[in-house]
Write a protein of this length. Structure first.
Length: 174
């Protein structure tokens, strides 16, 4: 059974998890920005990558002050493994790329929760630097998650109607 974390130990845990998840996001975006079969998705993921690399640096910097290094515990570790596994298959078929895209979206949504929690923690701790960074992080993560969700839906339609978004597309696989 996991040990209970309270106070500063919980803050460290939350920052560790946010850093670990953000690393998974950046790694996935680096891979999918090259291997995603839809040009629109590639462009969007490349845009997200630039911002997410910046957020990773900010999280790592914030984490230092609380002893957080990005240690991947149970939840972050499981999500990281899932993202790695699905990203490795993304180039094999559009349906595999769809799955990897969906996992990336889930990581972004997990980060929305982390951002909201970090804002409230920072307010309670009267840590203006963390609050400002967390506010920007949460706002941008929410926006990019919505854009990824919209693109994922368009990708689903493309696959379902066999109107593939890549050279050869779904028709070549049918």
């Amino acid at each position: 059974m996991a040990e209970a974390k309270m106070g500063e130990e919980f803050v460290t845990h939350e920052l560790d998890e946010a850093i670990a998840i953000q690393r998974s996001i950046v790694d996935a975006e680096q891979r999918l920005s090259k291997e995603h079969p839809r040009a629109e998705a590639k462009r969007l993921i490349e845009q997200c990558l630039r911002k997410d690399e910046k957020f990773l640096q900010q999280l790592e910097q914030l984490g230092k002050g609380h002893g957080a290094t990005g240690k991947a515990e149970e939840v972050a570790g499981a999500l990281e493994q899932l993202m790695t596994r699905t990203a490795e298959s993304a180039a094999k078929a559009e349906s595999e790329a769809y799955e990897a895209h969906a996992v990336l979206l889930n990581l972004k949504r997990k980060q929305q929760d982390s951002g909201a929690a970090m804002i409230k923690i920072a307010r309670a701790m009267k840590d203006d630097k963390m609050r400002e960074a967390a506010t920007e992080f949460e706002r941008e993560t929410k926006s990019s998650a919505q854009e990824l969700a919209d693109e994922l839906a368009a990708f689903a339609v493309s696959i379902a109607t066999m109107d593939g978004g890549s050279a050869g597309g779904a028709r070549a696989q049918a």
